[in-house]
Design a protein around this ligand. Structure first.
Ligand code: PLP
Length: 433
């Protein structure tokens, strides 16, 4: 019945496209994925993605569609919504029910949905500065959020490199924004959402928490929840939450009609029903007890990485980590994020260059490297493997540091040595058994 799911079908019909698939699978299997926003979706989640639900148009919402034949996709969408609300303890039977929208195609679309539902063009918004860990959609001048609204930013404290809630409060009091945005792409410490909610309330703003990065930790109860403090909560579903690539919105019940009508028909056409079923499958996985163990290990692994990396003189932005990521200041060693990213790529360790707070270099060069533990933890790696990985990163950085000039690279002999060790480690931890 499901013969069409076999990758060999693509192989027979389109060897050119199939070779892209096999090469990417090989890259993922043989290399170490340390990009903090990436993870490996389960085979079950991918089965839902690569399914007949991609064939179905279902504009509208369950029970109120503009197309016939939606009886089964309706069940799938309701399943995703119910599980999402259960995951964050905000179903109808909870003290603070939130509505759920699982149709947003991505994290950026989810954020855009909230902005369009609640703000008018020109309204003031206040979010974390991009170079201090915020996201493009939190008011960056190159993004719709910075073009359509009057965007302002708070920053981390220069000394501690952590959020300073008193400073955010002062800023909010003088600015009086319509919306405060919490959440980040590169911040290694916990957020105090209760405090942010109180600040928003005090200045008459609403609070949007974009928990894209930490959604899995929140679901597992290992990071404070933005619910019931935030009016709106958005997330991607593919980072620590380990689902398909996509977005979701949770909002206080009074916003239900507005949010739903902004997502469809305001912003999107037909929902991606195959992705929505995959979201349901991923939320089902996240509701299982083993998901909590996974998230706990993800944090332990990030901490093991940060301890080992700092032992050899690499500077950790904000001094350590409380979540799934570590931000390294390689600039303190005279290196750039760009050259370290390239050097690590050449030994099959994938990271991304990242600006650090009070950055002096351009976003294309940067002084930082962001390292995340979600994907390697999904492979089953634990602290001993993190120590090993950190030692290779240290080795690579020390080697670059010992060389002269710009755009330094790792010598072939060392490159071969580390690559081989990386491949051997990866072989012991297959992604798809
Ligand atoms: N919000 C945050 C905090 C993110 O880190 C990201 C992506 O990295 C997004 C939103 C955007 O998500 P997407 O890439 O699905 O649009």
């Amino acid at each position: 019945m499901f013969h069409y799911l076999a990758p060999s079908f693509l192989q027979e019909q389109d060897p050119e496209a199939f070779s892209v698939l096999t090469q990417e699978l090989d890259r993922q299997e043989t290399g170490l994925e340390l990009i903090a926003s990436e993870n490996y979706a389960s085979a079950a989640v991918m089965a839902a993605m690569g399914s007949v639900l991609t064939n179905k148009y279902a504009e509208g919402y369950p029970g109120k569609r503009y197309y016939g034949g939606c009886q089964y996709v309706d069940i799938g969408e309701n399943l995703a919504k119910d599980r999402l609300r259960k995951l964050y303890n905000c179903g109808n039977d909870s003290e603070t029910p939130y509505m759920a929208n699982v149709q947003a195609h991505s994290g950026a679309s989810a954020n855009m949905g909230v902005y369009l539902a609640f703000l008018e063009p020109g309204d003031k918004i206040l979010g974390l500065d991009l170079s201090h860990g915020g996201h493009l959609t939190h008011g960056s001048s190159v993004n719709f959020s910075g073009k359509l609204y009057e965007a302002h930013h708070y920053q981390v404290n220069q000394e501690t490199e952590k959020l300073d809630y008193d400073a955010i409060h002062e800023r909010a009091k003088s600015l009086r924004p319509k919306m405060i945005i919490g959440g980040a792409s590169a911040y290694a410490y916990q957020w105090d959402f209760e405090c942010l909610g109180a600040i928003a309330k005090d200045v008459g703003a609403c609070l949007l928490v974009d928990m894209a990065h930490i959604a899995g930790l929140v679901a597992a109860g290992l990071h404070p929840s933005p619910i019931p403090h935030a009016d709106f909560v958005t997330s991607t579903t593919h980072k620590t939450l380990r689902g398909p690539r996509g977005g979701v919105i949770l909002a206080k019940m009074e916003h239900e009609k507005k949010i739903n009508s902004v997502i469809f028909p305001g912003l999107q056409g037909g929902p991606l029903m195959h992705t929505i079923l995959a979201k349901a499958a991923a939320f089902g996985e996240a509701l299982r007890p083993e998901f909590k163990d996974y998230q706990a290990q993800t944090i332990k692994n990030a901490q093991a990485l940060s301890t080992e990396l700092s032992k050899d003189g690499l500077r950790l932005v904000s001094g350590g980590t409380e979540n799934h990521l570590v931000l390294l200041d390689v600039g303190a060693k005279g290196l750039t994020g760009k050259e370290v990213e390239k050097a690590l790529d050449s030994v099959h360790i994938t990271v991304n260059k990242n600006t650090i707070p009070f950055e002096t270099r351009s976003p294309f060069v940067t002084s930082g490297i962001r390292i995340g533990s979600p994907a390697v933890t999904t492979r089953g790696m634990k602290e001993p493997e993190m120590q090993q990985i950190a030692s290779w990163i240290n080795q690579a950085c020390n080697h670059l540091e010992s060389k002269e000039g710009k755009n330094r690279e790792i010598d072939d002999a060392l490159k071969a040595e580390i690559s081989q060790s990386v491949n051997q480690l990866c072989e012991k931890f297959p992604i798809y058994k």
